[in-house]
Design a protein around this ligand. Structure first.
Ligand SMILES: [Zn+2]
Length: 242
C-alpha cells in the first residue's frame, strides 16, 4: 500500500513521510493565515514527495514561508536547497549546525566507537549546501502557528534541536528519540556525541505535551509524554557512562 502523502498529527500539524510510511519524516505547520512552516526536508530526492504532501493538505510551495531544520544531516537537510529555491523561504537551523548546512557536510561521527569510525569512512554524509537565513538558539519561540519553541538537544549533532508546538502541545523530537520498533535513542553511529545525545534527550521528559512526532517513526497521539518519560526512565540514566 502506498504511504499516505500527509498524516494529521494535531490541528494544523502534519507529518509528511519522505521514505516509506514513516522511515524519514518532514512536518508541515499551518498558520491561521494559511502560510506553512516546513520542518526538515528529507534526502535530496525528497522535495517531490514533500510538494505532494503539501498538495494533499491543500498547500502549494508558494505557501511555505519558512524552513526549519532539526539538524544538518543528509536525511533532514538534503532537500533544503531545492525547497528553498522552489518556495523562496529562508532556512533556519541552530547556530552550531549552520556552518555544516552551508557547507553541505555532516558533523563528524562519534569516533569513540569503532563502528562510528568505520561508518564515517563508508558514508561521506554530504548533501547540497544551503544558505542559512536564521541561526536558532535554545529557548527561542518562533512566531509559527501560534508558537514553536526551539529546544536544544545536542549530541546527535552539535546543533541538534527538538521543537515544541505550544498551541497544540505537540513535540517534534528530531533525532533525539526515534520511534522505530519502539522508542530508542538515535543509534550511536549516527551521533556526533552519543553520550551527550542520550543526556540531552532527557530534557524532552521535562516538557509539557500530549502528542509527539518523530522524524524517524510514527507519531504517538495518546499518552505521548508518559511514553517518552517511561522510555527515559527505563533506559540508562544520564550520569551512567557507556
Ligand atoms: Zn540525523
Amino acid at each position: 500500500m502506498a504511504p499516505p502523502p500527509a498524516v494529521a498529527v494535531a490541528p494544523g500539524v502534519f507529518r509528511i513521510p519522505t521514505v516509506g510510511s514513516w522511515a524519514v519524516n518532514s512536518f508541515a505547520l499551518v498558520d491561521d493565515d494559511g502560510s506553512v512552516t516546513l520542518v526538515d526536508t528529507g534526502l535530496d530526492s525528497a522535495p517531490a514527495r514533500i510538494v505532494a504532501g503539501l498538495a494533499a493538505i491543500g498547500k502549494h510551495p508558494a505557501d511555505v514561508r519558512r524552513i526549519v531544520l532539526t539538524h544538518a544531516h543528509p536525511d533532514h537537510a538534503g532537500g533544503a536547497r531545492e525547497l528553498a529555491a522552489r518556495t523562496g523561504a529562508p532556512v533556519a537551523v541552530h547556530g552550531e549546525d549552520a556552518g555544516f548546512a552551508e557547507a553541505g557536510t555532516s558533523p563528524p561521527n562519534d569516533r569513540s566507537y569503532t563502528v562510528g569510525r568505520v561508518f564515517a569512512r563508508l558514508q561521506n554524509g554530504r548533501f547540497p549546501p544551503v544558505p542559512v537565513g536564521e541561526k536558532l538558539t535554545d529557548g527561542q519561540v518562533l512566531a509559527v502557528a501560534g508558537g514553536l519553541r526551539v529546544v536544544a538537544t545536542p549530541g546527535h549533532s552539535p546543533g541538534h534541536i527538538s521543537l515544541l508546538h505550544e498551541p497544540t502541545r505537540t513535540l517534534i523530537t528530531g533525532d533525539a528519540i526515534f520511534n522505530v520498533l519502539g522508542l530508542r535513542y538515535s543509534p550511536r553511529m549516527f551521533c556526533n556525541d552519543f553520550r551527550l545525545s542520550k543526556r540531552t534527550a532527557h530534557v524532552l521528559g521535562e516538557l509539557e505535551y500530549d502528542r509527539v512526532g518523530f522524524t524517524h517513526g510514527p507519531e504517538i497521539v495518546d499518552g505521548a509524554r508518559e511514553a517518552v518519560r517511561h522510555f527515559l526512565a527505563r533506559t540508562v540514566t544520564p550520569a551512567t557512562p557507556e
